[in-house]
Design a binder for this molecule. Structure first.
Ligand code: BGC
Length: 766
């Protein structure tokens, strides 16, 4: 029993009962001090009104204190100005300054800067201007490398600031593993709350290091685009806490993100942007989020109820907060007492403290050129580290640049560029789009979600794989066929020594994919080429999981995701082995839609009214957890990825902490058993005790190990109970607390979720 006592202590602090109390006391002290200081100033000046000259607030480093000092100088009109965006109509500039997606005008008299935002999360989205098109966040997640994620965020932070903007709307942590057809899959860091939270946290931390407020979105359970404003996610508290909410919790705890964007959809019948439980109790209460909650574009549904439930800023133009779409604006509500002044103060406090905490006041963004060459080099590195080799029969890859004779390059506009993802995440690449095609929305996509898709275009980034392949294989004849005529493509393949088929699938906000297949007859294209050439290599440019009906007939498959600004160069480097693939899937690739919790995507029956999306089917068993729990064999498992070398993982040693409920260490040798340098991602999963209905295993740690041929390294992964990912705990609904169950915990180590061995078991409790 002593260990269970430990657990009770943990539960108290984990649940946040202690921390909020301390925060509360700190806040009270701060407020009291502020009042005393202000009173002192009043006494000194002999005035009834506090007159602090422009910019005279203390340069103290405490963002809360600085926010309160400013608020003390603000009128209610000033405060109301800060809690919503502005219509891009005269007298304000149209479009908003510096190409911002939305903006909140500052208050020059108080030195409060404009809030100007760029979209994310794949670079500067939404037509801000030409910026570095990074590989998709999912590609970056596939590197399983926190330092690569940090570089990714740094590019976004530096470029946002270079455009004169100070808020980044990126950081999509939705757990789309629930719906692999989700059109925004490419924007996310995958299906696992721990991996996705850790990688996204690096993005946001690095953005904020550049004095740009970083946000996480879309809070929460915004896991399909079909009917996104009408979808009501139905889920129980435990499942939510252990899946989608956990991804946000891990992100926040590891990034100190200053903004959270609430999503369009509803959860258990309540709109996300007026959900007191989710915003006030979970986000701000349990997790101690100090920044501000911003609504997604049109996700605000009311003025007073939303403000009271925790919404701090309305993104779009004050439709509700400024009373354009509602009879009661916040100004009215303030006047008649429906909105306490203290709540308005708190909304403004959160916005200002976020600006202070991120350095927006002290390090104002100034417009200057981006480092296009430097950032493109990072984009290339991120793609090279994130591409995943899915198949390599008979050592088909890498191709030998000196002996390759004739290479057929087929399909997907590989002669001009590489595909990118659409919607608000769309980046206009440096150098401009290589090719712009009309959007390819599923038929009959209803507005309003459909509008985001139909207004989008398919953009190809200007990095043609064809030119990059020609540059490396300079002794070979390299010939291109656009792949639209199967006979012509097969003919070229038949007369070539190797055929490289590029296939792509465009994803965008505002739509979900109709199925998991590549569209526009590309499956038939691959089949035709593979029938004509037994050395067929497939390169996929796509947002998320796909089925591959032609898999057994091709020799090699490289998952390049949306590869970004230097995608063509990176792909060529990977195909010819100047870079050894080391990416691992951050999502499961199902074998068919019939394996999914919802083989048919739930859809609304009309343009208005809500419809349920039943997430109780899989609960917290998202992605690989569902496949493990249902004993289903996916096409490719979470964590899977090949290399041009081989690795062994051996000598597994499990060492529980002296109090086992505090966690454990697992160590093992990783050895490069092949002939070229490469990197392996050793993954640590934990199986919780029987009887609490947890998934068979959950990811609790990993280590990416670069090794020269023949070299080996002892790796130790430490898992602590106090980690914000709650690695040993389950959410106990009856006590509303993270809880550690007594019983046997099994530690697994491997190189994909379906290829693990047990490192041993430790026991917690009596
Ligand atoms: C998207 C957000 C985006 C916002 C920009 C919305 O439609 O869902 O991800 O940040 O537009 O205004």
């Amino acid at each position: 029993m002593p260990e269970l006592h430990e657990v009770e202590t943990i539960v108290l602090s984990e649940k946040g009962l202690v921390k909020p109390m301390q925060l509360c006391i700190k806040l009270i002290i701060t407020r009291v001090l502020t009042v005393i200081i202000i009173g002192f100033v009043v006494a000194l000046t002999g005035c009834n009104t506090i007159i602090l000259s422009k910019g005279s607030y203390s340069p103290s480093t405490d963002p809360d204190q600085r926010a309160d000092q400013l608020i003390a100088q603000m009128t209610n009109a000033d405060k109301l100005q800060l809690v919503h965006g502005n219509l891009p109509l005269p007298p304000y500039p149209v479009p908003p300054p510096h190409g911002a997606v939305y903006w909140v005008p500052g208050i020059p008299a108080l030195d409060i800067p404009d809030q100007l935002s760029a979209d994310g999360p794949a670079g500067l989205g939404d037509n801000v201007g030409q910026a570095t098109a990074l590989p998709s966040p999912l590609a970056n997640a596939a590197s399983w490398d926190l330092s690569e994620a940090n570089k990714y965020g740094q590019v976004i932070g530096l470029e946002t600031s270079a455009f004169g903007l100070n808020i980044s709307l990126g950081g999509n942590v939705n757990l789309i593993g629930r719906e692999p057809r989700d059109g925004r899959t490419f924007e996310t860091c995958g299906e696992d709350p721990y991996l996705s939270g850790m990688m996204t946290a690096q993005h946001l931390k690095a953005i904020q290091n550049q004095y740009v407020i970083a946000g996480m979105k879309h809070f929460v359970l915004n896991d399909q685009e079909t009917g996104r404003t009408q979808a009501n996610a139905v889920i129980d508290e435990r499942s939510a806490r252990e899946s989608d909410l956990l991804a946000f919790e891990v992100t926040l705890a590891n990034s100190n993100a200053q903004m959270t964007m609430c999503a369009y959809n509803l959860v258990n019948g309540i709109d996300n942007c007026q959900n007191d439980h989710l915003l006030n109790e979970v986000l701000k209460g349990d997790w101690g989020f100090k920044g501000f909650v911003l609504s997604d574009d049109y996700a605000t549904e009311s003025s007073v109820p939303a403000a009271l439930a925790g919404l701090d800023q309305e993104q779009s133009y004050g439709y509700f907060f400024d009373g354009i779409w509602t009879p009661e604006s916040l100004a009215d509500a303030l006047a008649n007492g429906d909105l306490p002044e203290s709540r308005l103060d708190n909304m403004v406090h959160r916005i200002l403290r976020a600006m202070f905490a991120a350095g927006v006041f002290d390090h104002p963004a100034t417009v200057h050129p981006i480092d296009a060459a430097g950032d493109a080099a990072i984009a290339q590195e991120i793609e090279e580290q994130g591409a995943v080799l899915l198949k390599n029969a008979g050592g088909q890859l890498p191709l030998n640049p000196t002996t390759a004779q004739s290479i057929a390059v087929i399909g997907s506009h590989a002669d001009v560029g590489v595909l990118s993802g659409g919607g608000s995440a769309q980046v206009t690449p440096v150098g401009g789009a290589a090719l712009t095609l009309p959007s390819d929305c599923p038929p009959n996509l209803p507005p309003p979600g459909g509008a985001a898709c139909t207004n989008a275009s398919q953009i190809y980034d200007p990095s043609p794989p064809l030119a990059a392949i020609k540059a490396i294989a300079h002794n070979a004849t390299v010939t291109y066929d656009d792949g639209t005529n199967l006979a012509s493509a097969a003919g070229l393949a038949a007369s070539s020594s190797v055929a490289i088929v590029f296939i792509s699938d465009w994803e965008s906000e505002g739509m979900d994919r109709a199925n998991l297949n590549f569209p526009n007859d590309q499956d038939a294209l691959v089949a035709a080429v593979a029938a004509a050439n037994s050395h067929t290599i497939v390169v996929m440019e796509n947002g998320g999981a796909h089925v591959m009906p032609w898999l057994s007939s091709v020799n090699a498959v490289l998952e390049a995701w949306y590869p970004g600004q230097k995608g063509g160069t990176a792909i060529a480097n990977l195909l010819f082995g100047s870079v050894n693939p080391s990416g691992k899937l951050p999502i499961t690739f199902p074998a068919s839609v019939s394996q999914l919790p919802r083989p048919v995507i739930p859809a609304p029956s009309s343009a208005t009214g809500t419809f349920d999306v039943d997430y109780t089917i899989e609960g917290f068993n998202v992605g690989y957890k569902w496949f493990e729990a249902q004993k289903l064999h996916p096409l490719f498992a979470f964590g899977f990825g090949l290399s041009y070398t081989s690795f062994s993982i051996s000598n597994l040693q499990l060492t529980p902490q002296s109090t086992p409920s505090n966690g454990f260490q697992v160590s093992f040798q990783v050895k490069n058993t092949g002939t070229v340098a490469g990197a392996e991602v050793a993954q640590v999963y934990l199986g919780l005790p029987d009887g609490i209905a947890e998934p068979p295993m959950r990811l609790v740690g990993w280590s990416k190990v670069p090794l020269q041929p023949g070299a080996q390294q002892l790796v130790t992964v430490t898992v602590n109970v106090s980690d914000p990912s709650h690695p040993l705990s389950y959410w106990e609904t009856s006590t509303s607390a993270w809880t550690i169950a007594p019983g046997d915990y099994t530690v697994f180590v491997g190189n994909s979720s379906d290829n693990v061995v047990s490192a041993g078991t430790f026991h917690v409790g009596p």
